[in-house]
Design a protein around this ligand. Structure first.
Ligand code: AMP
Length: 215
């Protein structure tokens, strides 16, 4: 099982989509699942909406249930975890959930980029509310302005992609998620990847690592 992480705006979602397609992985994106729950107006969506609006992590017990259901449904696949775990408690719980099904994280990839570049990328981000594809007005525009290449839906800006919330999300990353580097380093599975350049450059760097990992 592979864990892909990095600060908001680093291009995690874009890379996760490329990796899933080219390495035949199953993607687990907590952010996408929670956005769908909010859009559906489900009970879970109602519980997490306020946290997401403010760029704060949703409560652990809510996300644990979602992740274990997904693991059970995809026991025969190699899963790429995107956006989960986001803090040490979640990382430890994920190991427990995976251990219950004889699995574990064997590769944790951190995408790395400067804060200035992250903010630039987030402010240009466009998102498909239907299929969750991610674009960037500057670095990765859709073929037709504001229209999703994959499903033709009108693209939107994410509600949490504004300067005030971005700063909050970056702070949450530094305080809660970055310490996961030490955790995965101690398990001997951490790899850091430079996320500068266009999406194919970054993809090639990740692929070099994955090619050695997936036979
Ligand atoms: P993302 O799409 O990964 O940037 O996530 C968007 C928002 O969803 C975050 O700011 C959190 O509010 C929520 N979220 C995503 N992943 C998690 C997680 N593992 N634990 C708690 N909240 C999460």
């Amino acid at each position: 099982m592979i864990f892909l992480f990095g600060p908001p705006g680093v291009g995690k979602g874009t890379q996760a989509d490329l990796l899933v397609e080219r390495y035949n992985l199953k993607k687990f994106s907590m952010g996408d699942i929670l956005r769908e729950e909010v859009a559906m107006g489900s009970l879970t969506g109602k519980k997490v909406e306020e946290y997401m609006k403010n760029g704060i992590l949703a409560p652990d017990d809510i996300v644990f249930e979602i992740v274990e259901d997904f693991v059970i449904e995809n026991l025969n696949d190699r899963i790429l975890f995107d956006g989960f775990p986001r803090n040490l408690n979640q990382a430890i719980e994920l190991e427990k959930i995976l251990a219950r099904h004889n699995r574990k994280i064997t590769l944790a990839i951190e995408l790395q980029l400067t804060k200035e570049e992250l903010i630039k990328r987030i402010l240009g981000r466009l998102y498909c509310p239907k299929c969750s594809a991610v674009y960037n007005e500057v670095t990765n525009p859709p073929k037709n302005p504001n229209i999703c290449d994959e499903c033709g839906t009108y693209l939107e800006k994410r509600k949490d992609d504004n300067l005030e919330v971005i700063n909050n999300r970056l702070k949450v990353y530094e305080e809660l998620t970055r310490p996961l580097c030490d955790y995965y380093k101690s398990l001997g599975v951490l790899v850091g990847i430079d996320a500068s350049g266009d999406k194919e450059d970054v993809y090639k760097r990740i692929a070099q690592v994955l090619d050695g990992y997936i036979k």
